[in-house]
Design a binder for this molecule. Structure first.
Ligand code: GLU
Length: 530
């Protein structure tokens, strides 16, 4: 078989992140298109990207981040999943240098298009005595498993076909029976996996199984395809989730059997659910796509995921992507699992909305959520949208109240609709104020606001405070009545900034309607007393 890229010394950065051989860093994210991108997968992609585009490039090495689609398990394929994975990665800003859509020197990057390579490797292994054809039927394997269980043994293949005499093997072949190819795992000795994060892990070969490498449908299993491709694609460092640790000894042995040098390998710490265990749907959202629709910023999600296993120091928390690229080192990735905390993620999101991104940027990101709620017309998510100016003003006013972009419609609604949602007119009567006095106050405030320049917030406030004095009310009482009249709520950002953003026309209309509503309400109340 032919290697597509020249092999050269593999380990480029040692565990402390120091260059030990001047060789390009090539890493890959290798998802299977069986569903949406899970945040655990996103974290793996992120660490690979940071290692190649951050740590390696900072050291003057070429750092290449590759997307490889591992689609050889044909039964688990989900139509559209590959596009979904790519969209999610792109949304996160984890842009690959080589991959199925952009090509590259080691193409194709979809395993289903590389099957001949795996067949060739399987044949090489058989020829070298490192693998064998197995003709065992499903029924037989099932029977073996039941017997093992009955004897209290760990279930596993009993290596029946490994010892088949040549005549019997020839007979099976002549009969054209379906077969798989299994790895002839060494029966003695030990295998050491040198994990860059965890250090050496030693396995006794006698405990390892003769795993299937090639299935009867001619497709490779994960083990064969993964090893062959990492070699063919000249991967320098394997960085993957630690659920794959149990496969590492077999992969190590496969490299040796194929006569290839193994890339450096690191297993990234798992993300645990709050309270322990694997993070799954029942704890909350787990797919990147869901966080996107819930109004999380990709930068906030990346920042949070980076800190699930990596730290810069004991205190720094805010790492926008550029800063992650400047700061990330594999040496500071911990082997301990990290717990996913939804509240902490929300905190990060709020920080990004309120402090990290610009108001212009925020307005652009809020627009699709507002158009989705029917509050502004559909249009480009940038300054060319007809509502951009107004949404920008609202973003500046409300950014400290938004935890997610999806909160925007609720908070911005009363600024953008012609008619307020119905509210209880009783709210127009401040505490300790008689309804008739409240009515008079609202009328007077409506007149005063009509004559005020709302763009001058301070000036409007001075006027309204003077009016409250005149009416014998506390400023807070009058302000509450105006707030309810103009927003339909008892809470809003600063009243005068709110009035300014609502604009004089709507303020005038809403004050007039409030007066009418309170008058009708008063009549009803009086009527009820009669
Ligand atoms: N296809 C495997 C996955 O879905 C890749 C594991 C690896 O990176 O080796 O995660």
């Amino acid at each position: 078989m032919t290697a597509t890229a020249a092999q050269s010394p593999v380990t480029t950065l040692d565990e402390t992140g120091t260059v030990i051989a001047g060789r390009a860093v090539r890493v890959r994210f290798a998802p299977s298109p069986t569903g949406s991108l899970h945040i655990g997968g996103a974290k793996t992609a992120l660490f690979n990207w940071l290692f190649a585009h951050g740590e390696a490039r900072r050291q003057g090495l070429t750092g290449t981040f590759i997307l490889r689609v591992e689609d050889t398990d044909r039964n688990r394929l989900v139509p559209g999943a590959e596009e979904g994975l790519r969209d999610a990665l792109r949304w996160l800003g984890l842009i690959w240098d080589e991959g199925p859509d952009v090509g590259g020197p080691a193409e194709p990057y979809r395993q289903s298009e590389r099957t001949e390579t795996y067949l060739a490797a399987a044949e090489d292994l058989i020829a070298g005595g490192h693998a064998y054809r197995c003709y065992c039927t499903r029924d037989r394997l099932e029977r073996v498993r039941t017997e093992q269980q009955a004897r209290g043994e760990a279930p596993g293949y009993d290596r029946h076909c490994r010892a088949l005499p040549p005549e019997e093997r020839a007979a099976q072949e002549a009969a054209g029976l379906p077969s798989v190819v299994r790895f002839a795992t060494p029966r003695d000795g030990e295998t050491v996996v040198r994990d860059m994060i965890r250090g050496p892990i030693t396995y006794q070969n006698v405990n390892l199984e003769d795993l299937v490498l090639l299935k009867s449908d001619g497709y490779p299993t994960y083990h064969l395809a993964n090893v062959v491709d990492d070699h063919e694609m000249d991967i320098s460092h394997i960085m993957r989730g630690d659920e794959w640790i149990p496969t590492a000894p077999v992969h190590t042995l496969l490299y040796a059997a194929l006569g290839w040098e193994m890339p450096a390998i690191a297993h990234l710490p798992l993300i645990l659910a709050p309270g322990g265990g694997k993070l799954s749907k029942r704890h909350g959202s787990t797919a990147v796509e869901e966080f996107r629709t819930q109004g999380y910023l990709p930068e906030a999600l990346l920042n949070y995921l980076a800190l699930l296993g990596w730290s810069f120091d004991a205190s720094t928390e805010l790492f926008p992507p550029e800063r992650l690229l400047e700061s990330f080192t594999l040496a500071r990735v911990s082997p301990s699992p990290a717990t996913f905390d939804y509240a902490k993620l929300r905190w990060f999101n709020q920080q990004y909305i309120n402090h990290v991104i610009s108001v212009d940027d925020l307005a652009g990101r809020v627009l699709p959520f507002l158009s989705g709620a029917g509050l502004v017309p559909d249009g480009p998510a940038d300054a060319s949208h007809p509502a951009f100016g107004q949404v920008r003003e609202l973003s500046a006013l409300l950014k400290d109240r938004l935890e997610t972009l999806a909160d925007a419609p609720e908070h911005m609604r009363f600024f953008l609709v012609d008619e307020l949602d119905p509210y209880d007119p009783a709210l127009l009567v401040p505490k300790k104020v008689e309804p008739l006095d409240a009515l008079a106050a609202l009328e007077a405030a409506g007149t005063a606001l009509a004559g005020a320049d709302l763009a001058d917030e301070a000036g409007t406030e001075v006027k309204m405070r003077a009016l409250a004095d005149e009416l014998g009310l506390k400023a807070g009482q009058l302000f509450m009545a105006i707030r309810v009249a103009t927003t339909g709520r008892t809470q809003s950002p600063g009243l005068f900034a709110t009035l300014r953003a609502i604009g004089p026309e709507r303020v005038g209309e809403r004050m007039a309607r409030a007066v009418d509503a309170l008058r009708r309400h008063g009549d009803e109340v009086v009527g009820a007393d009669d």
